[in-house]
Design a protein around this ligand. Sequence first.
Ligand code: DX5
Ligand code: ZN
Length: 217
Amino acid sequence: MIKLAPSILAADLAHLADEVEDIRLGGAEYVHFDVMDGVFVPNLSMGLPVLKSLRKCTDMFLDVHLMIETPIRYVEHFCDAGADLVNVHLEADSPENIRLTLEKIRAKGKKCGITLKPATPAEAAEPYLGLVDLILVMTVEPGFGGQRFMMDMLDKLRALRKMLETVNPGCELEVDGGITRETAPLAVEAGANVLVAGSAVFGQADRAKAIRDIRNF
Ligand code: DX5
Ligand code: ZN
């Protein structure tokens, strides 16, 4: 099953509850929540207080993408604030700390994931394949919405799907950045099953139609 995870980075944050209700009615499965610290990526976005408020007004699955340095400092707080899945970047800490970070998320009873920036090869995920519920492949440089999908990430998706086949076939493979009705089928063909889309959903007046369009291939 292909899941849609609209990114609220592109939503009208003054009306976040309504925006999320709109995508729920439109048939989205996850809410993608982008956290940026201005250090790991050259931008700032929302954090714990917004997640806490959002948790109170929706039952939807909250997929939290941490674009922050040394995420081990904060993952438990994000779990307590209501994340259903917490995703950390492989580039954000040492391999040993990433492992400990994933353990902390699990100990809170939440799902965990790792994210790979475009320059990080599929092989970097190898040590964590059996430890995660989801692997996120960035298909743009993280930090900003509205960028172009990087076609050369398709081979990385294929490689990861293959690596997961034997070790962790139930693991989800998510793509984030530049997903549109044109790029979605390419990502799915390469093995992705969760599609993050910011501008392609929240940038459209009719969100239900936007979600249908992305799924319709
Ligand atoms: C970028 C974020 C994305 C972003 C995607 O760093 O991680 O989730 O919101 O936006 P679009 O779909 O517009 O590329
Ligand atoms: Zn994201």
